[in-house]
Design a protein around this ligand. Structure first.
Ligand SMILES: NC(=O)c1ccc[n+]([C@@H]2O[C@H](COP(=O)([O-])OP(=O)(O)OC[C@H]3O[C@@H](n4cnc5c(N)ncnc54)[C@H](OP(=O)(O)O)[C@@H]3O)[C@@H](O)[C@H]2O)c1
Length: 309
């Protein structure tokens, strides 16, 4: 297939682009700078310099494609995560950017759209499993995710195939927070926030990339892209400690997280999310069933990348 991707240079994109190329697809990808254009070329994709807010430019770039994949976002850095205004650009990309991408995709007559979203928009469901029919929450920093999903549904309502992927918390080589975690191992310390028996649903970046490829055969709809075995925060901390060689991580009190409202409750709520629908629809399955195995591989990959320089 001929694909146009946005966000192809980001945390998920830098794994998804080579996975799409390896699967035999002809990939064009949005590049915002020369270094990023070179990165895409080195991965076997064709860089396209166009703004995500430019409908005319996008429609030209997308012409004659079989699918458009929108992975663009701009999450705040770990240090600025709790500052509300730090989310403005991300919300704009997911709201205005996804609208422009859908308008251009419709105008170019491309039949399929894949839109990224997050599993963190579900409501806290304690120990009970969450599927795609479970209720979602409309807290302020999720505004962009809901808008992006609505644009994908608008695309499907207009006759296209609109696929929404709700990714779990991602981790792996190229994700800033993962690189920071591995760097911290030398200090033998780390923290987790929220109730220790609350569930967390994650996805390793190479498995997220494989899901992006698999989404090219999925029927219209919303799909959770998470690993097979969500773990509690206590288990998560133990998996991180085992993988990084650090002492078990220090749990931050759940009450502390509440001080920062929705900006941290999106990370502390209990989310035991099922991937059954996506597995059944596409045959995709994560290579790493849980963070217990994934964190070991992540640490090895990040250390190897550091040694290579
Ligand atoms: N999602 C999670 O689960 C999670 C959890 C905790 C922490 N984080 C942290 O958040 C960081 C950022 O994550 P992210 O999901 O936003 O991915 P990202 O790695 O920053 O990638 C975002 C992608 O969107 C593109 N983009 C940004 N602004 C754009 C614009 N105005 N127009 C078009 N494209 C644009 C970027 O292009 P450029 O390459 O040109 O910038 C990039 O390709 C990660 O490194 C991670 O450490 C994420």
């Amino acid at each position: 297939m001929r694909i146009f991707a946005t966000g192809g240079t980001g945390a998920i994109g830098r794994h998804a682009v080579p996975a799409l190329v390896a699967a035999g697809h002809d990939v064009r990808a949005l590049a915002r700078s020369e270094p990023k254009a070179r990165q895409l070329t080195a991965q076997g994709a064709h860089p396209v310099r166009v703004s995500i807010f430019d409908r005319d430019g996008l429609a030209t770039a997308i012409t004659a494609c079989d699918a458009v994949i929108n992975l663009a976002s701009s999450l705040p850095s770990t240090a600025s995560f709790i500052r509300p205004s730090a989310w403005d650009e991300c919300t704009r990309i997911r709201t205005e950017g996804s609208a422009a991408v859908v308008d251009a995709t419709l105008r170019a007559g491309v039949p399929r759209l894949v839109q990224e979203s997050v599993a963190m928009i579900y409501r806290d469901n304690g120990v009970r499993w969450i599927d795609e029919a479970s209720p979602v929450d409309h807290y302020p920093i999720a505004t962009g995710n809901h808008a992006a999903e609505a644009n994908a549904h608008r695309f499907a309502a207009a006759g296209g195939v609109g696929v929404v992927l709700r990714f779990g918390l991602f981790y792996g080589l190229g994700a800033d927070h993962s690189e920071q975690i591995v760097a911290l191992r030398r200090r033998h310390i780390g923290t987790t926030i929220g109730a220790q028996n609350a569930y967390q649903s994650s996805i390793y970046l190479p498995d997220a990339a494989a899901a992006v490829v698999a989404a090219l055969s999925a029927p219209s709809g919303v799909y959770n892209v998470v690993d097979d075995q969500p773990v509690t925060r206590r288990e998560h901390a133990a998996a991180l400690a085992a993988a990084t060689g650090a002492r078990p991580w220090v749990p931050g009190p759940g009450r502390l997280a509440r001080l920062f409202g929705d900006r941290t409750t999106s990370l502390t709520r209990s989310l035991r999310v099922s991937n059954a629908r996506f597995r059944n629809a596409t045959g995709w399955q994560p290579r790493f069933p849980s963070v217990r195995e994934g964190y070991l591989d992540m640490t090895a990959q990040i250390e190897a990348s550091r040694r290579r320089g």
